[in-house]
Design a protein around this ligand. Structure first.
Ligand SMILES: C[S@@+](CC[C@H](N)C(=O)[O-])C[C@H]1O[C@@H](n2cnc3c(N)ncnc32)[C@H](O)[C@@H]1O
Length: 314
C-alpha cells in the first residue's frame, strides 16, 4: 500500500525557488521509476535540491528509507539543516518575524525588509557554513523571512554573492507556516543533507537507488535569469559532465531521471539534450514557468525529461 503522508500532514516545499517543480509533480508522477511502487527502491538522491519539491513528493508516497539531498548553495543547505534538526527554535524566530511584519503598514514593511536584507548580506562573511551551530537558527529564519516577503520569491544574488531581490507586496505572507515546517522536519529525518557539487554523488551512491537531477536550466533566452541561482554559472560543459555522471549511474543499475528546460522552446533545431542523452528515454511535457520578472514571458513552454527506464507516461 502506498504511504501518503506523515502524521496526516503532507509536507511540501517551505521555500519558493527558481525552477521549483511543484507545478510539474502531477506529470512527473507518471515518470518516476515503476520500481518505487513495488518497494525495490530504498534510497533517494536529489543533488540539485532547491526547494526539494520532488523529494517531498517521492518520500511521502513511497517507502524510501534514506534520502541524500545536496545543493551547492550554502544558505539553502543551512536552512534545510535547521528545519531538520532545530525546527522549534526556528519556529520561535519565524513567529517573531510574522508578528512584527503583520503589524506594519506597507511602507514600514518595505524598510523592515531592506534592513533585514542589509543585515543578511553583511553577516554573510561572518557565517561559518561548515559547522552546524545555534548561530544558524537566526540566519535560517532570516532566509525564510526574505524568501517569503521578497518580490516573486526569487532567490537571486549579485556578482558579490549578495542577495539582491527587492521587497514584495503580499497582503498576508505566510512567513511562519508552522504545520508545514513541522511536517517537513519529520520527513527530513531520513535525509542526509550536505553542501556538495553534483559530481560528488558517485562516491555516495548505494544500490537500490533513484536519482533525480534538476540542474540549473540552460538559459532559454539571452535575457533569461534562470541560471542565476548561485555565483557560478552552469554552462554546457557542466551539462555534459552531468550527462557523463548520468551514464555512469545507468551502468551501475541506478534509476535516473533528469529534467531541464527544452531548448527547442526557442530554437526547434537545438538538439543539445537529444544528442547528449541519445539512447535514453526522452519525453517533453508542457510546463509553465512561474518565476519570471516579465509577465509576458510566462507562456506555455516544454520541459524535457530524460529517464534510463520506460515510464508509465503522463
Ligand atoms: C532548478 S534548481 C532545482 C529546483 C528544485 N528541483 C525545486 O523543486 O525547487 C537547481 C539547483 O541546483 C543548484 N546547483 C547549481 N549548481 C550546482 C552544482 N554544481 N552542484 C549542485 N547543485 C548545484 C542550485 O543552487 C539550485 O538550487
Amino acid at each position: 500500500m502506498e504511504q501518503t503522508n506523515f502524521n496526516n500532514i503532507v509536507a511540501h516545499p517551505f521555500l519558493k525557488w527558481a525552477g521549483g517543480k511543484s507545478q510539474l509533480l502531477e506529470k512527473f508522477r507518471g515518470m518516476y521509476p515503476p520500481q518505487l511502487t513495488d518497494h525495490k527502491i530504498k534510497n533517494y538522491y536529489e543533488p540539485f535540491l532547491g526547494s526539494g519539491a520532488v523529494f517531498f513528493d517521492v518520500v511521502q508516497k513511497y517507502q524510501i528509507e534514506n534520502a541524500f539531498l545536496y545543493d551547492i548553495n550554502d544558505e539553502l543547505i543551512m536552512t534545510f539543516k535547521v528545519v531538520q534538526k532545530d525546527v522549534d527554535a526556528l519556529l520561535q524566530l519565524l513567529h517573531r518575524y510574522q508578528k512584527k511584519y503583520s503589524g506594519l503598514d506597507n511602507e514600514k514593511r518595505k524598510s523592515f525588509f531592506y534592513d533585514e536584507r542589509t543585515k543578511y548580506n553583511l553577516n554573510r562573511n561572518k557565517t561559518d557554513y561548515n559547522s552546524y551551530s545555534d548561530k544558524w537558527f537566526a540566519r535560517a529564519a532570516q532566509f525564510i523571512f526574505l524568501n517569503k516577503t521578497c518580490y516573486n520569491g526569487l532567490y537571486r544574488v549579485n556578482s558579490k554573492g549578495e542577495f539582491n531581490c527587492p521587497a514584495g507586496e503580499y497582503a498576508n505572507p505566510n512567513i511562519c507556516d508552522e504545520q508545514n515546517l513541522l511536517a517537513a522536519n519529520r520527513v527530513l529525518q531520513i535525509a542526509e543533507i550536505k553542501k556538495a557539487d553534483f559530481n560528488n554523488l558517485l562516491n555516495d551512491i548505494k544500490p537500490k537507488s533513484f536519482v533525480y537531477f534538476d540542474p540549473p536550466y540552460r538559459p532559454i533566452s539571452k535575457t533569461s535569469s534562470f541560471k542565476a541561482y548561485a555565483k557560478n554559472d552552469f554552462g554546457d560543459d557542466a551539462q555534459k559532465q552531468l550527462a557523463s555522471l548520468f551514464k555512469k549511474l545507468d551502468k551501475k543499475g541506478v534509476k535516473v531521471m533528469l529534467s531541464n528546460s527544452d531548448p527547442k522552446n526557442i530554437d526547434a533545431s537545438d538538439n543539445f539534450f537529444d544528442e547528449l542523452y541519445s539512447g535514453f528515454n526522452i519525453e517533453r511535457i508542457p510546463a509553465r514557468r512561474i518565476i519570471n520578472s516579465n509577465a509576458t514571458r510566462r507562456g506555455a513552454i516544454n520541459e524535457i525529461v530524460v529517464t534510463n527506464y520506460a515510464t508509465k507516461g503522463i
